[in-house]
Design a protein around this ligand. Structure first.
Ligand SMILES: [Mg+2]
Length: 145
């Protein structure tokens, strides 16, 4: 599998900077956004993002709103929600809306890396299934299967 491409969206600039550095050290390809709107704009321009790590609580477009938008526009992109104690219920709501998983802040980097890899694998498998189905359909429409 290719190195997972991650978008980290959180409104705390220092948190984003620290986490991005740590993920980068673990050979993950990371880019960052400081809010929901910025995250969506990035996804609109870059169709190769595998996993979004998304803060629940952000001013402007919050995590849930952003998650809805991502799942509507890019259903194959996997989303991991980051939450504080006060917003656990929101993270659970996120799971119902299609988030891959959620983690409590401050989160262990090892946990996050593991979740990111699991999410990236799920997306990869999902894409392979779609490709196989498309090939089968193309073959059968040409009377080859
Ligand atoms: Mg926040």
């Amino acid at each position: 599998m290719n190195v997972p491409f991650i978008l980290l969206a959180d409104d705390e600039a220092s948190f984003v900077e620290t986490m991005a550095k740590r993920l980068d050290k673990r050979d993950l390809k990371v880019i960052t956004a400081l809010g929901g709107e910025e995250a969506i704009e990035f996804l609109d321009r870059n169709r190769n993002v595998d996993v979004v790590i998304l803060d629940v609580k952000m001013p402007g477009m919050d995590g849930i709103e952003c998650l809805r938008e991502i799942k509507k526009k890019y259903p194959l992109v996997e989303v991991i929600m980051l939450t504080g104690h006060a917003t656990v219920e929101t993270a659970i709501e996120g799971m119902k809306l299609g988030a891959f998983d959620y983690l409590m802040k401050p989160c262990e980097i090892e946990n996050l890396v593991e979740k990111v890899n699991q999410a990236a694998r799920k997306k990869q498998e999902h894409m392979e299934k779609i490709k196989e189905a498309q090939i089968r359909e193309a073959l059968s429409s040409h009377g080859l299967e």
